[in-house]
Write a protein of this length. Structure first.
Ligand code: HCA
Ligand code: CU
Length: 382
């Protein structure tokens, strides 16, 4: 069964301007736990003592999900992470040629030594800790380096190797540049060495392909996929939690495995505290995700919702709705009258036409018409 790692509290908090207070983080973590996320990456405790406090609180909150800390590949940082009582530790160190040369100024052997030293240390501290090693910027690193680093990490005690598309470079249609290829090759090469870690993918959205790449990785047999609420993260962010779950739910047997009904409240909470608005046309959770507008659509929907919906809004705890405006037809007015409990007025065809004319006039201002408020005023004026 595919596992989900949510990184709203770590990668998501790397969105410029975003800050979540510890109590907000706990609330977000509780929602993620209700939904059925497997791992919650709660922060990098070495960044700030308040982050360490939040990670500790979440780790001690008795949630079902594994609670994880993110850490540079340094013993002093790993110590801070383990002090938070986490059950998951993610350490990262790039083995790309550029990074080894211009940044760390070390050779591959020295990088491997560091990886082994840090992971051995973490494993010695805790037998049951889930340890992930990420060769950051995996997909732009020489495959040979990635295989060496991953093998060394697993032999030192890592359970998971994450393939990070740190810069959103992969694309499903170019074989050697696809995450599908990376998952397959890495699994095969490690299996040749009799190493069988879980494989995770971390897809950034710089090219708008994060979700496509995550699904490509699923097809290749990845074990874990990283996400965040609203895809929050550095630059263009990562895979969006809701978008991934509605797609995976179609592919797995138990359609109710994830409790998607909590998504909307979680998104509203994260949007409120991150000050990042939810796009109205965001799949599954946006205001318009199940709102029907043009006359032809609304008339068809009144007969059978499947005609313009391939997703069932009920699994998300949402009801489909209609919008009123320039594109509306008479059916929309009749449905809006029903919505406000005045369906008897729909008998008066002359009145319905007059209301529609009025709606189209108001629509020219270019903002939505609220059925439960402004529509009532329109009726009163007709
Ligand atoms: C970062 C980079 C990272 C790390 C992912 C990981 C990436 O912000 O530190 O450690 O698995 O995209 O490579 O998010
Ligand atoms: Cu990232």
């Amino acid at each position: 069964m595919i596992k989900i790692l949510d990184s709203t509290l770590r990668e998501g908090e790397q969105t410029p301007g975003v800050y979540f207070a510890p109590e907000t983080k706990l609330k977000i973590a509780e929602f993620l736990d209700h939904i059925g996320v497997d791992i919650i990456e709660a922060g990098n405790p070495a960044v700030d003592s308040e982050i360490a406090l939040a990670v500790t609180r979440i780790a001690n909150a008795g949630l079902k999900a594994k609670i994880g800390a993110h850490s540079l590949c340094r013993i002093e940082d790993v110590k801070k992470a383990l002090d938070c009582n986490v059950s998951f530790l993610g350490v990262f160190l790039s083995v790309s040629s550029q990074r080894l040369q211009c940044d760390y100024n070390i050779c591959l052997e020295a990088a491997l030594d560091k990886i082994v030293e840090v992971i051995t240390y973490a494993r010695e501290q805790n037998d049951s800790l889930l340890i992930r090693y990420t060769p950051e910027d995996t997909v732009r690193s020489p495959m040979k380096n990635v295989i060496e680093a991953a093998s060394a990490a697993v032999q030192a005690g890592a359970n998971i190797i994450s393939i990070a598309d740190t810069t959103g470079y992969t694309t499903p249609f170019q074989q050697k540049r696809s995450i599908y290829y990376f998952v397959k090759i890495l699994k095969e090469e490690l299996a040749k060495r009799e190493l069988y870690p879980q494989i995770e993918v971390h897809c950034h959205n710089d090219r708008g392909l994060a979700l496509a790449n995550a699904l490509d990785a699923y097809r290749a047999g990845t074990d874990i996929i990283d996400v965040s609420v609203m895809g929050l993260g550095e630059r263009a962010g990562i895979v969006d939690l809701a978008e991934l779950l509605i797609n995976l739910a179609d592919l797995i047997e138990d359609k109710n495995f994830w409790k998607l009904g909590y998504l909307k409240d979680l998104y509203n909470l994260v949007s409120e505290y991150s000050h990042v608005p939810i796009s109205p046309h965001h799949p599954a959770v946006g205001k318009n995700a199940f709102t029907h507008y043009a006359g032809v659509h609304v008339t068809a929907m009144a007969k059978d919702e499947h005609l313009y919906q391939s997703l069932n809004p009920e699994i998300l705890g949402i009801k489909s709705s209609i919008a009123l405006g320039m594109q509306s037809g008479l059916t929309a007015v009749e449905l809006a009258l029903k919505q406000i409990g005045r369906e008897e007025l729909a008998e008066n065809k002359y009145l319905v036409a007059k209301i529609l004319k009025q709606i189209k006039e108001i629509a020219k201002r270019g903002t939505p018409i609220d059925i439960d408020k402004e529509f009532i005023e329109i009726i009163d004026n007709c």
